[in-house]
Design a protein around this ligand. Structure first.
Ligand code: GDP
Length: 423
């Protein structure tokens, strides 16, 4: 239910599948071009489990009055204006889905003479209510923390603008203190959870040798993480093995989530944010805490969304910049999560699909529909640049740059793909 926007993403894909369910003797299909030609028993299902795991959900957090809602509204409004074809929506007042800007999409769409172009999406959640003491139940307390648990990454808005008309909760603009407050609340919450879990593990004997190995890995990882947390450091700063990572994953530790600090600067500083000493401070902290940094002026972004498009460039020029900072923010969030894009492109539509770095061709096919993964045979694939140089899929095939890849193929950023599957 929480993903109505995304279920709209593939009507052209699912309708042929639905349409052909009565001809289920036909067991072969192609997916990828022209919005997919598919035959088989597949029923229209909005999501396979792999899609849910990698849905891109970024939570906007920060102290009160730092510009969270201003930024959230600007991101959502800007998204609506950028891509008319995308089924944007605000699922709840504080949840919005926006497009990931990608100039390659229109290039492919033009070459394939597609009827529409559908970008990859990202879900932003405005998580209000963090104050000092949240881990002890202050403010919205635990409710707030449970909202954070559900997102994949965090964007912490840090106030770097001075404005006497906007009250600062702690009396003055002080990014270090803002970052410390939030970091410590998350650290306390994780510590609490780890203590409880370690207690449980102490009593557990392990059902069999396999679960015992897992529990040992979990215990060892949690002990290491606990030491870092007691030192005020986030769990993501701790070096643990992939196996240990897997063993603690179920805890959804808050300080394990990747975080980007969004330094919210004044209008007059967008052209040269580095000149703002608060931004310099955030830069230093971001690298200490193993996190990213993006500078933005929430106020400017909010004003931009209210201007007609022809006046936007003029306004940006008057501020000494050439483009809005939101594209940057969205792209940074996307790459922070280790996400990659591949395309399907045909007359019906050109579409950007989101996958995790390192996914194989069948897994990437499963993002479109789980049956494409189950019945995967081969993928025909061409790199974006080769597709553009050739001008079309047919021309790419003639030139020999369209490759046939099997189950082991790791999908590369920008691949244009056509799946052969059998269901
Ligand atoms: P939140 O509590 O973090 O969601 O903060 P809001 O987005 O509601 O913003 C609080 C106040 O700060 C509002 O009056 C905004 O107009 C103002 N504000 C937000 N961003 C900026 C900014 O970049 N510059 C200035 N001068 N004011 C801002």
């Amino acid at each position: 239910m929480a993903r109505i926007g995304c279920t709209h993403l593939m009507p052209s894909l699912l309708s042929p599948l639905k349409h052909h369910t009565s001809h289920c003797q036909l067991m072969f299909g192609l997916a990828g071009v022209g919005g997919t030609v598919g035959f088989g028993r597949a029923k229209a299902r909005p999501f396979s489990s792999s899609r849910i795991c990698m849905s891109l959900k970024a939570g906007i957090v920060g102290l009160p009055n730092v510009g969270k809602s201003t930024l959230f509204n600007a991101v959502v409004e800007n998204g609506k204006a950028q891509a008319a074809n995308f089924p944007f929506c605000t699922i709840e007042p504080n949840v919005g889905i926006v497009a990931v800007p990608d100039p390659r999409l229109n290039v492919l769409s033009d070459l394939s003479k597609s009827q529409r172009a559908v970008p990859a999406s990202i879900e932003f959640v405005d998580i209000a209510g963090l104050v000092k003491g949240a881990s002890q139940g202050e403010g919205l307390g635990n409710k707030f923390l449970s909202h954070i648990r559900e997102v994949d990454s965090l964007l912490q808005v840090v106030r770097c603008f001075e404005d006497n008309d906007v009250i600062h909760v702690n009396g003055k603009v002080d990014p270090r203190s803002d970052i410390d407050v939030i970091n410590l609340e998350l650290v306390f919450s994780d510590l609490d959870q780890i203590e409880k879990r370690l207690d449980k593990l102490k009593k557990s004997k392990g059902r069999d040798s396999q679960s015992k190995v897992k529990e040992d890995a979990e215990r060892s990882a949690l002990e290491k993480i606990k030491i870092a947390l007691l030192d005020g450091k986030p769990a993501r700063s701790v070096t643990i093995t992939d196996f240990e990572k897997e063993a603690v994953k179920h805890l959804c530790l808050l300080t394990m989530k990747p975080i980007i600090y969004v330094a919210n600067v004044a209008e007059s500083e967008v052209a040269d944010p580095g000149s703002n000493p608060h931004v310099k401070e955030v830069m230093g902290l971001a690298s200490e805490l193993q996190s990213g940094l993006v500078t933005v002026s929430a106020q400017v972004e909010s004003e931009l969304t209210e201007l007609p498009s022809e006046e936007r460039t003029e306004y940006l020029q008057s501020l000494g910049v050439s483009e809005s900072g939101l594209g940057n923010l969205i792209r940074a969030t996307y790459s922070l999560l280790g996400l990659r894009t591949y395309f399907t492109s045909g007359e019906k539509e050109t579409k950007a699909w989101t996958i995790l770095a390192g996914m194989t061709a069948p897994q990437a096919a499963g993002v479109i529909h789980s049956d494409f993964e189950k019945g995967f045979i081969r993928a025909e694939t061409v790199a974006y640049d080769d597709f553009v140089a050739a001008g079309s899929l047919a021309a790419a095939r003639e030139k020999g740059v369209l490759r046939s890849e099997g189950k082991e193929y790791i999908v590369q950023e920008g691949d244009v793909m056509l799946f052969r599957f059998n269901v």
